[in-house]
Design a protein around this ligand. Structure first.
Ligand SMILES: [Zn+2]
Length: 227
């Protein structure tokens, strides 16, 4: 039987299906892309694939989750904006590749809850603790939909621009071969320092160009130097 659920919170994952519903040419400062819009059912979410050039073979791919504050407004609280623009720039330079822009704001908790989490972070919690305090997992994002979109684009092998080992694992689990992980070298500054440290130390992101953010190899490695 169904247990009562707070309708403002994301529900448990249900099998979803994406279908291509519209596409158009979108010239950008990084070059000309074809924007392909996929609709996910039953959620109705509209995900975007920005595709440039020939993407057969091992395409350069970024799987990017929507972050209005970072992507649009240049928020310094996270590194989403620079990561997105790095990816678009690399694809532009190479003349081919794909950015999948997934509409799962705030690591999947939505904009309202992301802002609530930011307020908690300003009281001293880190990004993971804030999500947990609000009753969410650390990361609610679903990357299976990315594998479905790649499949429909005829792409079964990618060079993935990410620091996040979970994205690599999820794509591989759903039939996309990740032949290379291309690091996205976010820079640390005072506003995002704690956020980047938390991603490295609690969510296992690779940031070995910032030596202080190398995740512990095991539970036994002791407490974080970052406090
Ligand atoms: Zn962000």
């Amino acid at each position: 039987m169904n247990s009562p659920q707070d309708s403002s919170r994301p529900q448990a994952p249900v099998p979803q299906q994406v279908s291509l519903v519209a596409e158009a040419r979108v010239p950008t400062e990084h070059g000309t892309f074809t924007m392909k819009l996929f609709k996910e059912e039953p959620s109705g979410l509209e995900h975007v694939a920005l595709v440039m050039g020939n993407v057969k073979g091992s395409a350069l791919v970024r799987v990017h989750s929507e972050c209005m504050t970072g992507d649009v407004f240049g928020s310094l609280r996270c590194d989403c904006g620079p990561q997105l623009h790095f990816a678009l720039d690399e694809i532009g330079k190479q003349g081919s590749g794909i950015v999948l822009y997934l509409r799962q704001e705030g690591r999947g908790i939505g904009l309202i809850n992301k802002l609530k989490a930011y307020a908690l972070q300003d009281e001293g919690l880190d990004t993971v603790e804030a999500n947990l305090r609000l009753g969410f997992p650390a990361d609610l994002r679903n990357f299976e939909v990315a594998a479905q979109m790649l499949s429909q684009l005829g792409v079964d092998s990618v060079r993935l621009m990410t620091n996040n080992p979970r994205k690599v694992a999820t794509l591989e689990k759903h039939g996309v071969k990740v032949v290379e992980r291309v690091p996205v070298r976010s820079q640390s500054q005072s506003e995002n320092h704690h956020y980047l440290a938390t991603k490295a130390l609690k969510l296992g992101h690779h940031m070995d160009w910032l030596p202080e953010y190398i995740p512990p190899k095991s539970e036994d490695d002791g407490p974080s130097k970052l406090g």
